[in-house]
Design a binder for this molecule. Structure first.
Ligand code: BJW
Ligand code: ZN
Length: 269
């Protein structure tokens, strides 16, 4: 991460009137929330996240999928916003107009002080009935995460998941109080449409902004990955914060190669 590019990005940010901050799992990584591509730690390592995050997986094995999301909800519940989330809230407070658009299903932006971030992929804390779509209450006590605390010598699990109690992994979803259908996480799975109001608001903000800051996303999952591209197409400079190369390198005017919790605070000093 060159000093010059940090100064350049900070200057772009200071001049911008309409700012969009677009975030992905990488911004929560330093809070201890695994990124999506790293999400399968511990007990979950033998599963494929791309297969778990689908309507088909839930239909075939609701307890497996619900258990995975409950484990993730507990992980997020224990996590705290990091300096990157705090810097995003500072950017929002300073810019005349700012919109945070996140692909994350955690609530760490809100807990850092961001006002009404747009959640393109839903939320871990808004379950609903998979049959009638009515909102369902969250189970009162988030279970303790245990997938990461197992001894390293624990045998890897294969596809046929053992169930039973106390392994913190397979958890039968609650039943809807209206129709008894299985309750599902309020997130957007592969093959499902994004919430249309959220997507429209994000596209509108991106097309009207004069700076888009993209942070901690692999830029691989559509239509969310269009958001920075929309801003660029409408002529806004794009600044990217990511320790790795991504397909968005080609779209970004400034690439800041580093972790969000280090780079973002340097932009608002
Ligand atoms: C750090 C860091 C640090 C690490 N600091 N950075 C066009 C082309 C091809 C395919 C498609 C297409 N359009 C649609 C599709 C299909 C599909 C798709 O995109 N597939 C691609 C994989 C090819 N899209 C869909 O299915 C979408 N729906 C749809 O298109 O519907 C059409 C439809 C219309 C009308 C009716 C019906 C249907 C839905 C996509 C939903 C995605 N859902 C998930 C799961 C959400 C719930 C959950 O969390 O379990 O969303 S998938 C997963 O990916 C999750 C994330 O939000 C999303 C993006 O991931 P993200 O945030 O970028 O994380 P990672 O892990 O990929 O990357 C982390 C990054 O952080 C890395 O770059 C690291 O380097 C970096 N990093 N540490 C900063 N400290
Ligand atoms: Zn129902």
């Amino acid at each position: 991460m060159g000093e010059r590019s940090v100064r350049e990005a900070a200057a772009l940010l200071a001049q911008a009137r309409h700012v969009v901050v677009f975030t992905g799992a990488g911004i929560s990584a330093e809070s201890g929330v695994p990124t999506f591509r790293d999400a399968l730690t511990g007990l979950w390592r033998s599963f494929d996240a791309r297969r778990l995050a689908t309507p088909e997986a839930f239909r075939d094995d609701p307890a497996l999928v619900w258990g995975w999301y409950e484990w993730r909800r507990a992980t997020v519940g224990r996590a705290r916003p990091n300096a990157g989330h705090v810097a995003v809230a500072a950017i929002e407070a300073r810019a005349p107009h700012a919109v945070v658009v996140t692909q994350n299903v955690d609530d760490l932006h809100e807990r850092a002080g961001s006002v009404a971030p747009i959640h393109l992929h839903g939320s871990l804390s808004a379950p609903r009935c998979s049959a009638c779509a009515r909102p369902a209450p969250l189970p009162a006590e988030p279970p303790l995460p245990d997938g990461t605390s197992l001894p390293a010598e624990a045998p890897p699990l294969s596809g046929g998941a053992p169930d039973g109690h106390g392994d913190g992994r397979r958890v039968a979803p609650p039943r809807c109080t209206h129709c008894a259908g299985p309750v599902r996480p309020g997130v957007v799975w592969f093959g499902e449409a994004l919430p249309s109001a959220a997507l429209e608001a994000a596209v509108e903000a991106a097309s009207a902004c004069d700076l888009l800051l993209t942070v901690g996303t692999s830029g691989l999952v559509y239509p969310a990955a269009e958001i920075p591209r929309v801003a660029a197409r409408f002529g806004a400079p794009v600044v990217q914060v990511n320790p790795e190369e991504t397909p968005l390198d080609a779209v970004a005017d400034v690439n800041l190669r580093g972790p969000a919790a280090q780079v973002l605070p340097a932009l608002v000093r």
